[in-house]
Design a protein around this ligand. Structure first.
Ligand SMILES: NC(=O)CC[C@H](N)C(=O)O
Length: 367
């Protein structure tokens, strides 16, 4: 067995609660973030590289992490975006036909601190009851008072603007330039599989930085506009909200996913709020109120759109609801070519029930 004597590690929550574990590999260090959990049984590499998780310490509820290794095709961005990993059993050995390396190597390459041998069931129950909160993971197990002081300085997720930290610095292109449609996408933390899904529907995409102006996007002469997923609170994303207003004002085809959905809601004057715990997993039930059909969805969000305000707004229609807590899962504008969902039709990881939403976007472009 590799690493006979592994370093002890702790998870210290902002309310002072401590959980214990061991550092994965030989790594030592300390990492801060908002602690949250994902219940997906697979898809760890996609989750760790999803820019929406920037600044978060990820607890995985699956008992085994790393057991099927890693593959370069399964990343959602070019690097790991979570702030740290907390898991039960970390697999140093892995097995899968397609794997190209171990998760341990992948974490090392990205310099990510991970803690295993944690009672994740107890930790998740605790967060479920007490809500998402800041935390620190560390191998400095004898420096609890020092860590508490540093943890108190970590900003709260509420009000935090993080899109600028993960967005592309320069515009770039994705897909085949001879494709039939052109889509301008605002990158406030975009996942690669969204680009793959749009491009595979005969569209050429130009991806813009988080602070791009309407004129920048318009200069590409796009047939449709897209607002991406991403980390942090949607409230401070004023530039993106103004961009959405410009697109809506001109009634151009617009589609938003997750953070993009929240930005579109805010552009319509709807408030957003921080949820007790958020939704993070790959089996969340959603009802499409237009068709009456259910879908099993991939989700990752800690903020949500106010339902009462959405229903009271005569420009908006609530098109989808989350069946566990009846929060807004989708919106459409009644008299504009604009719609959005709080969940992830691109999956990666997760089921593909909702990929029809990308078809709908293309249909809206054709109109
Ligand atoms: N995946 C996302 O786009 C997440 C949106 C936002 N950061 C939230 O947590 O609600």
């Amino acid at each position: 067995m590799k690493y006979q004597k592994r370093q002890k590690a702790i998870i210290l929550l902002a309310d002072g609660t401590i959980f214990y574990g061991k550092a994965v590999g030989n790594k030592q260090g300390t990492s801060f973030g908002e602690v949250c959990f994902n219940t997906g049984m697979t898809g760890y590499q996609e989750i760790f590289t999803d820019p929406s998780y920037f600044g978060q310490l990820m607890v995985t509820t699956n008992a085994h992490i790393g057991n099927y290794g890693t593959n370069t095709d399964e990343v959602e961005s070019d690097s790991i975006k979570i702030a740290g990993l907390i898991c039960k059993n970390f697999s140093y050995v892995y097995s899968r036909v397609d794997s190209e390396g171990s998760l341990e190597e992948f974490l090392d390459k990205n310099n990510l601190l991970a803690i295993s041998d944690v009672d994740t069931r107890a930790l998740v129950s605790y967060i479920r009851d007490h809500g998402a909160m800041n935390a620190v993971i560390s191998t400095e197990v004898d420096n609890i008072e020092g860590l508490k002081k540093q943890l108190a300085e970590v900003p709260n997720m509420e009000g935090l603007e993080l899109a600028s930290k993960v967005s592309t610095k320069e515009p770039y292109y994705f897909g085949d330039e001879n494709a039939t449609y052109k889509v301008a996408a605002l990158d406030i933390g975009i996942k690669k599989n969204i680009l793959r899904n749009i491009a595979s529907r005969d569209a050429y995409i130009k991806v813009f930085p988080y602070n791009a102006k309407f004129e920048d996007l318009e200069a590409f002469k796009p047939d449709g506009y897209f607002l991406s997923n991403g980390p942090g609170d949607p409230e401070p994303l004023i530039e993106a909200q103004n961009l959405a207003k410009e697109i809506i004002k001109r009634d151009l085809p617009l589609f938003g996913i997750c953070l993009g959905h929240q930005v579109i809601a805010r552009a319509n004057g709807i408030s957003t709020y921080k949820m007790h715990n958020g939704h993070r997993g790959i089996n969340h039930p959603v009802k499409n109120l237009v068709t009456g059909k259910g879908e099993i969805t991939s989700q990752n969000h800690g903020f949500a759109v106010n339902r009462e305000e959405s229903e009271a707004n005569s420009d908006l229609q609530v098109t989808h609801v989350h069946l566990n807590d009846h929060t807004v899962a989708g919106l459409a504008m009644k008299n504009k070519n604009c719609f959005s969902v709080q969940y992830h039709p691109e999956a990666s990881p997760g089921p593909h029930d909702s990929s029809y939403l990308f078809d709908q976007f293309i249909e809206n472009i054709k109109k």
